[in-house]
Each structure stands twice: as structure tokens, then as C-alpha cells.
Design a protein around this ligand. Structure first.
Ligand code: GRG
Length: 290
């Protein structure tokens, strides 16, 4: 485990060296916009989605070099969604990644533009990647767009805003978690598997792992929001109306984490001893405190 923790932190550092953002137009009129994007993108995120993408790639012998643009795109999309999610018209959160939410520092107008800009940059970075064949880029962009848009995060956020309340059915909660959170894990896995020329059963296996792990990850996020302090969790905490603990209670929430983790681990049994890193990653994510 100690060795794997070191491997994870090296992978995260490697990713952080790859991730960069600067506007191609150096016009000083845009300095504030660039600062706002960098404020959120380079705040202390755990970088789980890019690291997960690299690990799935490793399973299919994809060199990291080939997944770097996709990894950056995943982090940009995720950061873009956090900026939007924190706005007063959404979750109205004050704290994110251990610092004030973007809109409290840069204003709601600039936060919104930063989020849209980052989202667009994510696709551009993949489209410009010379390491990827045209077919690989197209499939990656198609999968990412599907994850972000009306079939994914936008749909999940909409249902969360409009339909999550104390009486929401468990199917509503499942829809929200699968679309808002698990979907980005699934596209990380699908893209890495596609580039690694995985067979259909292998693709299904890593996608099922990602879906279940992503779901458990979100439920755990809800549990941490319920149990943790703002200092521990490094973001605004509390029970908002879409929180699983609020809907189903802490015991059911913990059962859900267990059920989905078990399903995630079962999904990758087909890889035999090649699945070890994904099993360890799952264990670490589900024992996290932030
Ligand atoms: C613009 C992409 C986009 C989407 C629009 C706003 C929105 C629709 C969706 C919100 C999705 C959202 C914020 C889901 C929460 C996912 C989640 C568990 C966030 C916390 O992830 P961590 O713990 O965070 O990986 P860090 O800060 O470590 O990166």
C-alpha cells in the first residue's frame, strides 16, 4: 500500500507538471480572466479523474503520453463544473478546495465566463493533441461531450436542482449521482480503454468499475459533507437537499458505498492480478477524509 501511495502521488505530480493554462491572446485586458481560471484550476484538487484515466490506460498498455490531453480535459471539465456548482443560483457554496469559491473572489460574471472557457478549452486541448490519431480524438471528444451535456452532468445537475428533496425516490438520487459524478469517471475509463484497443468485455468491465466507483465516491462525498468540518473537507459542508444522508440516513448511505464498491471490484475480476492498482485506488478513495 505504501508503494502504491507513492506511485499515486508521483502520478499526480506528473499530471500537475502537464497541466497548464494560459491565454494565447496576451492582451492585458484579459489578465483578470486568466487569473480567475488559474485560481480554480491550480487550487489543490485531488486530481482523481486524470489519475484514474492513467491507471485504466496502464491496464491496456497505453503510454501516459497518449493520455495527457484527455487527462487535462477531464480536470478542466471537472473544475469548470465546480465553479458553476458553487454559484449562488446553484449550490451557493462559499468554500472550495480550501479557498473561497471562485465567484467570491472574481465575481459571478467572471466565474461564469471562466467556467465556460475552461469547458471549451478541454475539447480544444484534445483536438490539438498530436499524439492522438484523428479517430481517437473524435471518439474522446464525443465521449466527453456526451458526459458533460444533456446525457450527463448537465442533466444530473438539473434533476438535482429541481427534484431532489426529502421525499425524492431513490431512482432520482441514483440518476443524479450517475449523471453528475459517475459519468466523468466512466468517460475517463471509456476513452483510455478505447485508445488501448480494449475488447468489448474489457471495456464494459472498466466502465462498470468506473460507474460504481464514481457512485460510491459521490455518496461518500455526501457522507463527508454530513460528518466533516469545513476545515477537514476543505469546502462548504452541510446537508443540502440532494444529499443522500438527508434522503436516506447515514446507515443507508454507508450501505450504498459498500454495495457499489463491491460491484466495482467484482467488475474488474476479469483482469485477474492485473487489476491490483484499480483495487488499491478504490480502497484509498473510499477511505478518504477530504
Ligand atoms: C459545466 C461540466 C459542466 C457541468 C454543468 C454544474 C454542473 C453541470 C454539474 C455539477 C457537477 C458536480 C459539481 C458534481 C460533484 C462531483 C464531486 C463529487 C466533486 C468533488 O470531487 P473531488 O472530491 O474534488 O474530486 P477535488 O476538489 O479534489 O477535485
Amino acid at each position: 500500500m505504501k508503494e502504491f501511495l507513492k506511485y499515486l502521488s508521483d502520478t499526480r505530480d506528473d499530471f500537475d507538471r502537464t497541466l497548464s493554462f494560459s491565454l494565447s491572446d496576451k492582451n492585458e485586458l484579459l489578465t483578470g480572466l486568466e487569473e480567475s481560471v488559474n485560481y480554480s484550476l491550480f487550487s489543490k484538487g485531488k486530481r482523481i479523474r486524470p489519475v484514474f484515466c492513467f491507471l485504466v490506460g496502464e491496464l491496456f498498455n497505453v503510454p501516459r503520453e497518449k493520455l495527457k490531453s484527455v487527462a487535462c480535459a477531464l480536470e478542466m471539465i471537472h473544475t469548470s463544473s465546480l465553479i458553476l456548482d458553487d454559484l449562488p443560483c446553484m449550490d451557493d457554496s462559499k468554500m472550495r478546495r480550501g479557498q473561497p469559491a471562485n465567484h467570491l473572489v472574481h465575481g459571478q460574471d467572471v466565474a461564469l465566463l471562466s467556467s465556460i472557457g475552461l469547458l471549451t478549452e478541454a475539447y480544444k486541448i484534445v483536438a490539438d493533441d498530436v499524439e492522438l490519431a484523428d479517430e481517437e480524438k473524435l471518439e474522446a471528444i464525443r465521449l466527453l461531450a456526451n458526459t458533460v451535456g444533456f446525457g450527463g452532468m448537465v442533466a444530473g445537475q438539473y434533476v438535482d436542482l429541481k427534484f431532489s428533496d426529502k421525499n425524492a425516490r431513490s431512482e432520482v438520487m441514483e440518476f443524479i449521482h450517475n449523471h453528475k459524478t459517475a459519468s466523468l469517471f466512466v468517460s475517463a475509463a471509456s476513452i483510455a480503454a478505447h485508445i488501448g484497443k480494449a475488447s468489448d468485455p474489457e471495456k464494459e468491465a472498466v466502465e462498470s468499475y468506473a460507474r460504481n466507483l464514481g457512485f460510491a465516491f459521490q455518496v461518500l462525498d455526501d457522507i463527508l459533507d454530513f460528518k466533516g468540518s469545513q476545515e477537514e473537507v476543505r469546502k462548504s459542508v452541510g446537508l443540502d437537499k440532494g444529499n443522500v444522508v438527508y434522503l436516506s440516513g447515514i446507515e443507508r448511505a454507508m450501505e450504498l458505498v459498500e454495495e457499489h464498491t463491491r460491484k466495482a471490484f467484482e467488475s474488474i475480476e476479469i483482469f485477474n492480478n492485473r487489476n491490483e492498482k484499480l483495487l488499491l485506488l478504490g480502497k484509498i478513495l473510499l477511505n478518504r477524509k477530504t
